[in-house]
Design a protein around this ligand. Structure first.
Ligand SMILES: [Zn+2]
Length: 89
């Protein structure tokens, strides 16, 4: 179990908010409505935020940082934007 670098509570998961551009092929359907066909694998992540489920602070802003946090590999502190934390800070 790892501790949240913000509130210090033990957490076993994070909440991810991900802002993405998704690509669709758009056609005019028979009924006059637009039909959206999603182009798979063409997703551009604009912003990724990983929040602590306890205090809802953003504790990581990339999948790599989120992974390191959940693995407890944050010894020595990791600078994520303006956030700085240590193993049990
Ligand atoms: Zn927290």
């Amino acid at each position: 179990m790892v501790s949240c670098p913000s509130c210090g509570k033990e957490i076993d998961h994070l909440i991810n908010w991900s802002k993405q551009w998704r690509k669709y092929v758009v056609r005019l359907g028979e009924g006059g409505d637009l039909e959206f066909e999603e182009v798979e694998d063409d997703v551009d992540v604009i912003r990724d935020e990983f929040l602590c489920p306890e205090c809802e602070e953003v504790v990581a802003v990339s999948e790599r940082h989120a992974k390191e946090l959940l693995m407890g590999k944050t010894k020595g502190g990791v600078n994520v934007g303006k956030l700085m934390w240590g193993p049990n800070a």
